[in-house]
Design a protein around this ligand. Structure first.
Ligand SMILES: [Cu+2]
Length: 414
């Protein structure tokens, strides 16, 4: 508080001091009978030289900051498309830096060179079509190249994935992430927001989940009344209800009846064979574990507000939007251990962060991400079980390991 007051006082006195200085200047001009607009030659020269001095210190500061901090500060790109994005980013920087030096040099050197000199009249130069063309067409052409290159990369990373991609769903909610693997059949179970309950927080669609949600609406459960109970209460003449209580009950009844109709329709159209897609899914709430070299197709959905899934080391970011699926394809190329060595940092860990201010605890919406080699990945998989409680990995392990090794080796060869 005290320091704030001092800062405010300093600013006020600073402004007053400047105003007084201007006043003194005016008075001395009057005293020496010099008109205000008659600037002496020496002052013009001084200002011109200061322009050059300012330019040199601006450049020195810029170069020093670039050398000290670099322009990304995220370490090497750890995915195939990430390397392409870094290349694009560098291209942008080269163009921006070249334009920065060119325009600022023109600005300050011209101000220095063409400062007012006694007896020289300024040349009146109103318009030149050629010049206008040059500084419109060149930036437009450069921008088009940047946009076309960027769009190409963007289209590649967001195009629909082929069969060799493993599907993982990233589910965002205030304030955490959940990953759902598509299991051995590489087919994610269906979902529907209407199935969201305390036991089914990710709204996964199975026959059992539909039936449970339907019964919750119709019969209710301890602490939550179903349609039947609400109707009984409204019809029971022995209970005295205020008009406010009656209204609240009717609103609740209407909502539950509507929900129950939609769930009944879902139950009728649902094919029970779809259960197998959901049953072998694997849900992870603590961390996202990936296999080096595997191609992944991530789909994103959000339970509440817009979040943004940001994987800085993979150079990947995608908004998660309620009521809408978004996608991103990528292929990790370094294991966590390899990144530790490359960055010379034994603490290094990949991360999934939320990059959209989504509420009070946005800052801690983070999931740790690990990229493992073939053997470690298989060992880890063996400890996990699926949605219906069976082990993730069944059958011949050696074949799976061979497959994982061939995937990882393909990265080494490139
Ligand atoms: Cu968030």
């Amino acid at each position: 508080m005290g320091s704030k007051l001092i800062i405010i006082l300093v600013i006020i006195f600073g402004v007053l001091a400047i105003a007084q200085l201007v006043r003194v200047n005016e008075l001395t001009a009057k005293a020496t009978k010099r008109k205000e607009e008659e600037i002496p030659e020496s002052e013009n020269k001084f200002n011109a030289n200061m322009m050059l001095a300012f330019m040199i210190s601006l450049y020195a500061g810029f170069i020093w900051l670039m050398l000290k901090y670099g322009h990304v500060g995220l370490g090497p790109a750890a995915s195939v498309h990430g390397q392409e994005i870094d290349w694009l980013f560098n291209l942008n920087w080269i163009i921006v830096i070249a334009v920065f030096f060119l325009t600022n040099s023109l600005l300050f050197i011209f101000a220095w060179k063409y400062s007012r000199k006694p007896g020289v009249k300024a040349y009146y130069y109103a318009h030149d079509n050629k010049l206008e063309m040059v500084w419109t067409v060149i930036p437009a052409a450069v921008l088009s190249v940047i946009i076309i290159l960027g769009l190409r990369t963007w289209n590649e990373t967001t195009a629909r994935a082929g069969a060799e991609y493993e599907d993982i769903e990233i589910f965002a909610y205030q304030f955490a992430w959940t990953a759902r693997y598509s299991g051995m059949n590489n087919e994610l179970g269906k979902f529907d927001y209407k199935l969201t309950t305390a036991e089914n927080p990710y709204a996964i669609m199975t026959k059992a989940n539909i039936d449970r949600s339907l019964s919750l609406m119709k019969v209710g459960e301890p602490g939550q009344s179903g349609i039947k109970m609400i109707e009984d209460k409204l019809n029971d003449r022995s209970i005295m209800l205020s008009s406010k209580e009656r209204k609240a009950l009717e609103v609740d009844l209407g909502r539950k009846e509507r929900m129950s109709r939609m769930l009944s329709a879902m139950s009728i159209t649902y094919a029970d064979s779809l259960d197998e897609f959901a049953n072998d899914d694997v849900i992870l709430e603590d961390s996202l574990v990936l296999l080096k070299g595997q191609k992944y197709n991530l789909s994103f959905r959000s339970k509440d507000v817009i979040h943004s899934a940001y994987f800085p080391q993979f150079r990947m970011q995608m908004n998660t939007v309620p009521g809408m699926l978004t996608y991103f394809k990528f292929q990790p190329i370094y294991t966590t251990d390899e990144m530790k060595r490359m960055m010379d940092n034994s603490e290094f860990e990949y991360a999934l962060l939320c990059n959209k201010i989504c509420g009070g605890s946005h800052y801690r919406m983070k999931m740790s991400v690990k990229v493992l080699g073939p053997k470690e990945y298989l060992e880890w998989q063996k400890t996990k079980s699926t949605y219906d409680g069976t082990p993730w990995i069944e059958g011949d392990e050696s074949k799976l390991l061979e497959h994982y090794e061939s995937i990882a080796n393909r990265i080494e060869e490139n």
